[in-house]
Design a protein around this ligand. Structure first.
Ligand SMILES: [Fe+2]
Length: 256
């Protein structure tokens, strides 16, 4: 499929609004939400940024997702894996001549196949920030409503059609990776999966470029303590955790 150059300025700003609280740099001027005043020192194209990305607040207790995702898995995943990506991302960006921004969405759009450390750890930080944010306490009969529900029906035939296709993308991702629901440059929803810590923002690396509004981590570290090799059971449980109001708000911000 033809690659799409989706991340125009407006799209980056929209995504920034979606995840800014999660991925902005602590201690640095937030360039998305707090543009410099005219009398502030202006960014110079030759100036290195000194990124200091922080692990975002989880927003709930480690046991909040139980029993669908157990507390020990959440604690290790968040405090060890996600924290590790943040630390290694900062190390990879320090003194890096290519990336002259501390906007993580812009970094994702710029990353290429040779930027191994930024690709893996920047993706790791972005992906996990979205993942934690769109989950919450389990709810039965957990489905979206309104415009997002209509769009899912239109694109995938029905709620069951969406659930089946999203589940298939997650189940069939070989090895470690993610499955996504994203919005493309035509404001259409699409489902995709990516290996390792890649994501649909990485326009230089993915077949389908867009802005993810929902993502599931299918690395074994996300489920193995509780589910062992039963990835399908973890995926089924994930559907009860999705905070559809947040996903719908992201969708609305992108399509109007
Ligand atoms: Fe993970």
């Amino acid at each position: 499929m033809k690659k799409r150059d989706f991340l125009k300025t407006g799209s980056i700003l929209a995504l920034g609004a979606l995840v800014a609280p999660l991925v902005s740099c602590g201690g640095e001027k937030d360039i998305k939400n707090d543009p410099p005043k005219t009398d502030d020192p202006q960014p110079n194209a030759n100036t290195q940024v000194d990124p200091s990305f922080k692990l975002p607040e989880l927003g709930y207790k480690f046991d909040a997702l139980a029993p669908n995702i157990d507390a020990e898995t959440v604690e290790i995943h968040y405090t060890k894996h996600h924290a590790g990506y943040v630390k290694k991302l900062n190390a990879a960006l320090k003194g890096n001549a290519k990336f002259k921004t501390n906007d993580l969405a812009a970094i994702m759009a710029q990353v290429g196949k040779d930027d191994t450390a930024v690709r893996n750890n920047g993706g790791g930080h972005f992906n996990h920030s979205l993942y934690w944010d769109i989950m919450g306490a389990p709810k039965s009969d957990n489905q979206p409503t309104g415009d997002l529900a209509e769009a899912l029906n239109k694109q995938f035939g029905s709620w069951d059609g969406f659930k089946e296709q999203f589940s298939k993308a997650a189940k069939t991702r070989f090895g470690s990776g993610w499955a996504w629901l994203s919005v493309n440059d035509k404001k259409e929803l699409f489902i995709s999966s990516t290996p390792n810590q890649d994501n649909p923002l990485m326009k230089n690396l993915v077949a389908e470029n867009g802005q993810p509004i929902l993502g599931i981590d299918v690395w074994e570290h996300a489920y193995y303590l509780n589910y062992q090799n039963m990835r399908g059971d973890y995926i089924s449980g994930f559907f009860d955790l999705i905070q559809w109001d947040k996903v719908a708000a992201s969708y609305k911000a992108l399509v109007g």
